[in-house]
Design a protein around this ligand. Structure first.
Ligand SMILES: [Zn+2]
Length: 264
């Protein structure tokens, strides 16, 4: 079968399963508590602003310290934006949590091919973080009688068909989480691409414009995967980021490392 038709068919099937069990695929969590995974990158760092404006939610920010090369720079960006949004939206941002969990397990890392890593990242990385977030949100709900049922990630339009963060992937995990917890209210999605609320999924260029219009300091985001403090400009994340800035004709405010032609 044509791959695209097959994708749409499977998406429809998963959504029908969710519909038949609970009567909705996604409900806007107006005024609810929501959990948001923030890596400090351009995409995820804007989520709190957008969803507080659009949905008036209370945000639980989560950072993963998973042993990634850029961990300390991502953490710095995360800390910056938690503080920034706490000041911009008093009482709308919960104290953040940093989950320390090696993803993949450190015993596995020596065997991961560099080529795969640079192109696709670690297998099951995003879904593992989402599963941990479900554990955390569920525990908060139990302990404090909260209503967190929405876990948000920063997938953008370019990610829609990607195996790691595409819509079908999020829907499939959403169904799996509901089935495994027997809690049918969970919803896992991206506020940028959720098709029940966006006629057109937002892409990275849309987010840059959004940040510009809403005075969100993108110079404090960290996208680069490298271990360098100054972005290398050559990794997968940098390339996508620079392409989006280039597309809309705005200069990326972060600094990039000067690299020689040989290194490129
Ligand atoms: Zn980079």
């Amino acid at each position: 079968m044509d791959e695209k038709i097959n994708y749409q068919t499977r998406l429809k099937q998963i959504e029908e399963l969710l519909m038949s069990e609970r009567g909705f695929v996604f409900e806007v969590p107006h005024d609810e508590n929501v959990m948001t995974l923030i890596s400090g990158g351009l995409d995820s760092s804007l989520i709190p602003d957008l969803i507080i404006k659009e949905w008036n939610v209370h945000v639980y920010p989560v950072l993963f310290k998973r042993g990634q090369r850029a961990e300390k720079y991502e953490e710095k960006a995360f800390d910056f934006f938690v503080k920034f949004y706490k000041e911009r939206y008093p009482n709308k941002i919960a104290d953040p949590i940093k989950i320390e969990a090696s993803i993949p397990p450190k015993e596995v890392k020596p065997y991961v091919s560099k080529e795969r890593l640079n192109m696709l990242g670690h297998r099951m990385r995003n879904s593992t973080m989402i599963n941990y977030s479900i554990m955390y949100a569920g525990a908060l709900n139990d302990e404090y009688n909260l209503d967190i049922r929405t876990i948000l990630v920063g997938s953008v339009a370019d990610d829609v068909n990607s195996p790691e963060s595409g819509l079908l992937t999020l829907r499939t995990q959403n169904y799996s989480v509901c089935e495994q917890t027997r809690e049918w209210n969970w919803q896992i999605t991206s506020p940028y691409t959720e098709p029940t609320i966006r006629q057109r999924p937002l892409d990275k260029a849309d987010l840059i414009l959004y940040a510009h219009d809403n005075k969100i300091p993108l110079e404090n985001t960290r996208s680069c995967f490298s271990e360098y403090e100054i972005a290398d400009g050559t990794c997968f994340a940098c390339v996508k980021r620079l392409k989006a800035f280039d597309f809309i004709g705005i200069k990326d405010p972060i600094r990039y490392r000067e690299v020689t032609q040989n290194e490129r």
